[in-house]
Ligand binder design. Structure first.
Ligand SMILES: Cc1cc2nc3c(=O)[nH]c(=O)nc-3n(C[C@H](O)[C@H](O)[C@H](O)COP(=O)(O)OP(=O)(O)OC[C@H]3O[C@@H](n4cnc5c(N)ncnc54)[C@H](O)[C@@H]3O)c2cc1C
Length: 580
């Protein structure tokens, strides 16, 4: 089988992905041109909707704060790998964009005087690291949900056209210009060809590479993988963040907001162990440091009952604050663990959470294809799939929501402004040939391998060797295993060979993306012989600025990955030792 009919569309701008980044880009672009949003999920099911803790902006509503401090914290948090020009823009524009969201109707929590309330979060400080500051603007522990709903409503009002449950299969690039995308309608199995002057990818992250993750099942990095297969680079893929507090074994996230409200971490001896690792910020140190500290405690036999988890303790907090400001996570813990967090501590372990790396872009969200930052005409990316880079080697909490709204909006604006000067690009003659071949191959294969088995093997292996602690030996083992899994993937066979709602086919396509991205992550991690941010090499435990204060780029060339480097933009803050 294989879909035969192709339905054609023409829009000035096509945005793939309807999370926070895609929706705000669509909203902005739709003020100036005809926009379509293509999304494999209904917009309100996008992962942005699960963001709990908040969005960082130096509003200074409860105590003095300014965007320069936010900028410093972000750069220090990134272990000095973030591009400082991009961070500067982000921290400045965060303030305006939070007020814009408020004016669109986002129901933030309020102070008694009616201002947007703010709470503490990991790595966010006043006066360049002196003490924690209240910077995270939040709507209980449903901030992302509120952002998504607010933006979706505005897009409907603006008459943006949505193609819901359409799966991106290919981005058409020819002679240095993007001319559109090919998507597959999940309900009918038909192929749709979108001819566009500009395309923006906002397809989110890929935490599903790992077995313990906070990420939804759909976070398989499709946009990143498609561009990688098309020969475009991916940047800083060795940096994947583990959030310290996932529910034990399940990976479901307990927001850092819980520690922002006063929750603490305890080991099996009942010690507040973060005191030893980060004397100033303690439980509000950045995520990379806390995740490593938890692993270390566990290795030293100081997990709870000697096992591989620690406690997040909220029992000393005012129960009313817990119920009111953290209602969803309280509910999760009661439902999934049968534990009441008001009375008992919560068993937690680090969980794969956030991709710092992704599609390289400049501050206008234009996709750039080399170390000289050459933009590819008509192609944009924003949100977690992109790498601007504002998070460098480690992202601070609340900064992804800032990133998606600031750079999503910048992307929507710049694509709309630029496209009036552009002619319609020519579509390649064989625009859907590649996609048809991929789908036919998967549907017709009579191999003996199953998608679920390969995926489980991949996730367990990544967790074992490519997670918080890494070594050359482990990474080499991982690489060999990935090559083997890629080989097995060529022999997968599907039981459902039909066209309609073929979720088995969708999962097979998603697994192909995960295998590509895991491969790039492992090769980049093997190459970087230093420790920086979320990338910790036990065999190279120190940061090495002389050799490695550089972004990595990975390209697919004739079936092999070729790595190269790109300079880091440093403006105001010179790299320093990172103490908290
Ligand atoms: C549990 C959790 C809590 C978090 N809490 C916070 C927080 O408090 N603060 C913070 O700053 N960050 C937080 N983050 C991180 C942050 O939420 C995400 O990084 C951010 O929301 C990503 O937004 P996005 O728009 O880039 O992608 P997403 O919201 O993930 O949306 C991706 C979109 O791409 C579409 N898509 C993907 N593949 C395809 C395809 N093949 N074809 C068509 N469409 C496709 C999907 O349908 C979806 O609409 C949290 C993350 C998680 C997982």
């Amino acid at each position: 089988m294989g879909p035969r009919s192709v339905i054609r569309h023409r829009y000035d701008a096509v945005i793939v992905g309807a999370g926070g980044a895609g929706l705000i880009a669509a909203l902005e672009a739709s003020k100036r041109c005809r926009v379509a949003v293509v999304s494999k999920l209904h917009p309100s099911r996008s992962h942005t909707g699960t963001a709990q803790g908040g969005i960082g902006a130096a509003l200074g509503n409860l105590e003095t704060d300014n965007w320069q401090w936010h900028m410093f914290d972000t750069i220090k948090g990134s272990d000095y790998l973030a591009d400082q020009d991009a961070v500067e823009l982000m921290c400045q524009e965060a303030i305006e964009v939070v007020y814009d969201l408020e004016h669109m109707g986002l129901p933030f929590n309020r102070t008694p005087e009616g201002k947007i309330d703010q709470r503490r979060f990991g790595g966010h400080t006043k006066e360049f690291g002196k003490a924690p500051v209240r910077r995270s603007c939040y709507a209980a522990d449903r901030t992302g949900h509120m952002i998504l709903q607010t933006l979706y409503q505005q897009c409907i009002k603006q008459e943006v056209t949505f193609f819901d449950e359409f799966y991106l299969l290919d981005v058409l690039i020819q002679d240095g210009r993007c001319s559109g995308v090919v998507a597959w309608c999940i309900a009918t199995g038909e192929l749709h060809l979108f001819h566009a002057k500009a395309v923006l990818l906002a397809t989110g992250g890929f935490g599903r590479m790992f077995s313990v993750t906070s990420n939804a099942h759909t976070l398989t990095g499709d946009g990143c993988a498609v561009l990688f297969q098309r020969g475009l680079p991916l940047e800083d893929m060795e940096f994947f963040q583990f959030h310290p507090t996932g529910i034990y074994k399940l990976g479901i996230l307990i927001t850092e907001g819980a520690r922002g409200e006063g929750g603490i971490l305890l080991n099996g001896k009942g010690e507040r162990f973060m005191q030893r690792y980060a004397p100033t910020l303690m439980d509000l140190a950045p995520r990379d440091m806390i995740s490593r500290a938890i692993y270390r405690e566990i290795r030293e036999g100081k997990g709870i009952e000697g096992k591989d988890y620690v406690y997040l303790d909220l029992t000393q907090l005012d129960p009313e604050i817990v119920e009111k400001k953290l209602p969803d996570i309280t509910d999760f813990v009661r439902t999934y663990l049968g534990v009441d967090p008001i009375k008992n501590p919560i068993p937690v372990q680090p969980t794969a959470h956030y991709a710092m790396g992704g599609i390289p872009t400049n501050v206008h969200a234009q996709v750039v294809i080399d170390e000289r930052q050459t933009p590819l005409s008509g192609l944009y990316a924003a949100g977690e799939c992109a790498c601007v880079s504002v998070h460098g080697a480690n992202r601070l909490g609340t900064n992804s929501l800032v990133d998606i709204v600031v750079f999503g909006r910048r992307g929507g604006r710049s694509m709309a402004e630029r496209l009036h000067a552009l002619d319609w690009p020519t579509l390649p003659e064989d625009a859907v040939a590649r996609t048809q071949e991929t789908i036919s191959h998967l549907c017709e294969s009579r191999g003996e391998e199953s998608v679920a088995r390969i995926r489980t093997d991949l996730q367990q292996m990544m967790m074992l060797h490519v997670s918080v602690y890494r070594t050359e030996r482990g990474l080499k083992e991982a690489l060999a295993a990935i090559l083997d899994l890629r080989d097995r993937y060529r022999r997968v066979s599907l039981q459902d060979r039909g066209l309609r709602f073929n979720t088995e086919l969708q999962e097979a396509l998603e697994l192909g993306c995960l295998l590509d991205l895991a491969w790039v992550t492992t090769i980049a991690a093997l190459s970087r012989t230093e420790s920086r941010g979320a990338h910790f090499r036990e065999d190279y435990p120190a940061r090495d600025d002389v050799r490695w204060l550089k972004h990595s780029l990975a390209n697919l060339r004739e079936g092999e990955i070729v790595l190269s480097e790109k300079p880091v933009t440093i403006s105001r803050f010179q790299p320093q030792e990172r103490k908290y």
